[in-house]
Design a protein around this ligand. Structure first.
Ligand SMILES: [Cu+2]
Length: 128
């Protein structure tokens, strides 16, 4: 091995060592990393299909929702569970994690006026 090859090989090793943890940190920050059990929830205006009709989860098991919008800015609130995901921007991800303690159906709605039919948006978190 000549000197130059050694340096390049050394740089590659450094890149691999630094690159792997950095990649996983970036994935966390952007919310793109999908942990097992993550449920993708794509929000749309009512005219374009609205929110998913239902999301089924298990009582006592951690729920991880990855929310995004397919069109305009939306909100996501599960009133009876005290969950407010805040503002969901198109093309960005918001992660919401919680553990549902009780069985039942809990309605979720949009909290931002996203179209004239915004108030018709509704779906149900079904805890089994
Ligand atoms: Cu809305």
């Amino acid at each position: 091995m000549n000197k130059r090859t050694e340096i390049i090989a050394g740089l590659l090793v450094v890149l691999i060592i630094v690159g792997v943890p950095l990649g996983s940190v970036l994935a966390k920050w952007s919310g793109v990393g999908t942990e097992p059990g993550t449920i993708d929830v794509v929000l749309k205006q009512f005219e374009r299909g609205g929110f998913p009709r239902e999301i089924r989860v298990k009582q006592g098991q951690k729920v991880r929702l990855r929310l995004t919008s397919d069109d305009v800015t939306h909100g996501f609130i599960i009133g009876d569970l005290g969950i407010d995901a805040g503002v969901i921007h198109p093309g960005k991800y918001t992660i919401v994690e919680f553990v549902p303690e009780e069985k039942g159906e809990f309605s979720y709605v949009c909290s931002i006026r996203c179209s004239p039919l915004h108030s018709k948006i509704r779906g149900y978190l079904v805890v089994e």
